[in-house]
Ligand binder design. Structure first.
Ligand code: GLN
Ligand code: ZN
Length: 753
């Protein structure tokens, strides 16, 4: 019998119970005990689900009140004292302060930096190690949860982030200097676990799927050499990719078992199965922990059967990675029809799939396997998924379709003749404050409480207000404000065929923040124009150019659950074609400037550098496909919200957008270096103030940033704009900030003009 387990389970709760409990506690609306009770109830429920699905172990310590990396930093005392000055009323408040930078009194303090967990949309808190004290062990949380699981009658398998990955994820110079003392703490911890008669510990080293420098590879060898001395069995887990050049390294580590991702890792597991030591176990991550499709169980069984024969009880079966990255329970989805539901599996359903695989290996569960085959077949043949006209149109594309008619310098002249913009034109990134009134109107309309005509009128009055404000402020290129959009991806997903929106498919992004990615299940078709009405209404209110506003194909792909039955590049091109039609419709309706946002371009980069080029190539081509249907005098903008461009600047230039707006204010324009060195050929709007901060920027401060920018980029190619959209701000913040921004631009026009 193979052993069943999961690397982790989502902790937020099927109804986001943890989110709401956290937010109540933070607002002071409930005592700590209520939050802790909610957390314990969720753990109990999730363990029970694992037990009900016949898993041999329940995962313990995958739960976190905020973030598992922060939990590990606390467990090993890797806490810079500047982040934990003991001002909190309790350890719990200290913890949240490190996470959120909010003291219990509401005063801001420093928070740890947040970054993406590998290539997922989960964000962890990066411990800062430069001033961290000596590592020391405090295992209360972990040990407490083990006791809790046992008291409920479960067999716990603690889950740890491994020491090398933990240091790798942290920030600071020479982090490996802490390895030895940290290893002493891990050792101590494992000894405590052994005393408690824990037999298996899952220890995650996902950095094994990355391009690793020799000192990090050496750190892995050193670490597991030390930890092997403790009498507890270690299951060393890697996920999110193949081991690749780290394969023989992983095989040489003295651990009791390896877990590998067979969904993303290709055939590598076969080689591992052959080369394992005779006592080592192999955990095959065979169910996709990163996506929401029903597993092809019969196909997976064909993979598992020879392994089961070869390994017997040394075969373990699991999802590819923690289920943290998928929504909790498909049974919550009352809004989907039966066919759509038959395609999907969320975390709870994936646990059941493990059980079916086990039964299949034992020659049981034939009926369920048959039903699974039928469901997969039905999906393959569904008329809702395959739209022959889309494939035909993709097939007809030539290279000219992803290229503007003329090169940028000619386009620039034609655009300038038409738009007559001043030197240093001013604009914004798209959204304006999402007021309570806007949200209420949208919610009422969605619930069917507000008739369509009244909803339109409400949005139009918001647009009118927004346009008036911008005219009074004196901006040069206006926007309609995006009042009608709940979310920049969901808004378009809801209007495109091939996308479905779940009611409750929440996935934790960070802390209490969750996202609900739409699902791309079929060929993407735009049944009708999506933004033309709002854009043309807005344009009718002003003589200034009104910027049309779209979410780009890469971002539409990246922030969704994507179909697994064709290459992502193909799906991206399909989205690009739908957007291209929208771009052309906007142009035909008289819109002269169109922005296609691509904030997710960079985060789509594969984990291994060797795969970057092919990704960047299709990503860039998709963007150009969406943008190239218009005449030369139509100005295409794009926007990206981060500040790391050095390694992708060539790809960014290859998008050939006439104007790119980016985030630069917090880096004090230093990131413009990348654009300067590369001699970025088109126009660029480096953000001159940080919209994430409620502080009002000073005119002179922005003027100084513009001077810095003008020292690096020819002033004729510079735009003036904030760092990002303004939807999270309030009007009393936005109006004066933009007034000052326009004043700064005017000042610089006379200085530099
Ligand atoms: N146009 C969007 C907005 O202003 C862009 C947001 C983003 O790039 N994340 O809200
Ligand atoms: Zn942005």
């Amino acid at each position: 019998m193979a052993v069943l387990h999961t690397l982790g389970f989502p902790r937020i709760g099927a109804k986001r119970e943890l989110k709401f409990a956290l937010e109540r506690y933070w607002k002071g609306e409930s005592p700590a005990q209520e939050l802790l009770d909610c957390a314990a109830a969720l753990r109990a429920r999730h363990w029970q689900l694992q037990q009900d699905a016949g898993l041999d172990y329940v995962s313990v310590n995958d739960f976190s009140l905020y973030d598992q990396v922060l939990d590990h930093a606390r467990m090993f005392n890797l806490i810079d004292p500047r982040f934990a000055d003991g001002q909190g009323d309790s350890a719990l408040d200290d913890y949240f302060r490190m996470a959120r930078g909010q003291a219990p009194s509401g005063e801001p303090t420093r928070a740890l930096a947040m970054t993406k967990w590998f290539d997922t949309n989960y964000h962890y808190l990066a411990p800062e190690l430069d001033q961290a004290p000596a590592p020391a062990l405090n295992a209360d949380k972990l040990l407490g949860e083990i006791d809790e699981a046992r008291a409920l009658g479960h067999r716990p398998k603690p889950v740890l982030i491994g020491p090398v990955t933990l240091l790798w994820l942290a920030r600071g110079n020479d982090r490996l200097r802490l390895l030895e003392p940290l290893l002493a703490c891990y050792r101590q911890l494992l000894e405590r676990l052994a005393e408690r008669e824990i037999d298996w510990v899952q220890i995650d080293e996902p950095i094994l799927v990355l391009d690793l420098e020799p000192q990090w590879q050496q750190a892995l060898r050193q670490s597991y050499g030390v930890l092997a001395e403790v009498p507890v069995k270690l299951l060393l887990a890697s996920y999110f990719g193949a081991l690749g050049d780290n394969l023989s390294l992983a095989l040489a580590l003295p651990v009791a078992g390896l877990h590998v991702d067979t969904v993303r890792g290709g055939d590598e597991y076969l080689q591992l199965a052959k080369q394992l030591a005779p006592t080592q176990i192999l955990s095959v991550g065979i169910i996709d922990g990163r996506n929401i499709w029903k597993t092809d169980l019969n196909l997976k069984l064909e993979q598992l059967k020879p392994l089961a024969r070869q390994l017997g009880e040394r075969l373990w079966i699991a999802p590819s990675c923690s289920l943290l990255h998928v929504p909790v329970d498909l049974d919550q989805e009352k809004g989907l029809d039966a066919e759509q539901r038959s395609w999907l599996a969320f975390a709870v359903q994936k646990l059941n799939e493990l059980q079916l695989l086990q039964q299949g290996l034992n020659g049981q569960g034939q009926e369920a396997l048959l039903a699974n085959a039928e469901a997969l077949n039905a999906r393959r043949n569904s008329a809702r998924i395959h739209r022959p006209e889309v494939a035909a149109r993709l097939g007809r594309l030539g290279s000219a379709d992803s290229q503007r008619t003329s090169p940028y310098p000619q386009r620039h002249q034609l655009q300038q003749q038409r738009l007559q913009l001043p030197l240093l034109p001013t604009t914004t990134i798209g959204s304006f404050p999402q007021t309570e009134a806007i949200r209420k109107a949208r919610a009422a309309w969605r619930a069917g409480r507000l008739p369509e005509a009244e909803y339109r009128a409400a949005m139009e009055s918001e647009i009118r207000f927004c346009v008036e404000q911008q005219e009074q402020i004196g901006l040069d290129v206006l926007v309609h404000g995006e009042a009608e959009r709940n979310d920049m991806v969901e808004y378009f997903g809801e209007q495109l065929d091939g996308y479905l929106t779940t009611g409750n498919g929440w996935v934790q992004s960070y802390g209490s923040r969750c996202v609900k990615p739409p699902v791309i299940y079929g060929d993407v078709v735009r049944p009708e124009a999506m933004t033309v009405h709002w854009a043309t209404y807005a344009q009718s209110l002003t003589d200034k150019p009104m910027k049309g506003m779209l979410t780009g194909p890469v971002t539409m792909l990246q922030w969704a659950f994507v179909r697994d039955d064709q290459p992502r590049a193909t799906t991206c091109r399909q989205i690009a074609l739908a957007l291209r039609d929208e771009v052309c419709d906007l142009e035909a309706a008289g819109i002269q400037v169109i922005q296609i946002d691509e904030p997710a371009l960079r985060e789509g980069l594969p984990l291994r550098q060797g795969e970057w080029q092919s990704y960047l190539q299709w990503a860039s081509e998709s963007f150009r496909l969406s943008a190239s249907g218009v005449a030369d005098d139509c100005q295409i903008h794009t926007h990206m919200c981060y500040s790391q461009f050095n390694d992708i600047i060539a790809a960014v230039a290859s998008l050939d957008a006439d104007v790119i707006t980016i985030e630069t204010s917090r880096s004090n324009m230093t990131l413009l270096g990348a654009f300067e060195e590369f001699a970025y050929p088109n126009e660029i709007g480096p953000g001159v103030y940080d919209i994430h901060s409620p502080n009002l920027p000073e005119t002179e401060q922005m003027a100084e940033l513009i001077r810095k920018a003008a020292a690096r980029i020819p002033v004729q190619r510079l735009w003036i704009n904030p760092d990002c959209g303004l939807k999270t701000r309030r009007w009393p913040e936005v109006t004066p900030a933009l007034q000052r921004m326009v004043a700064a631009a005017r000042q610089l026009r006379s200085e530099l003009g």
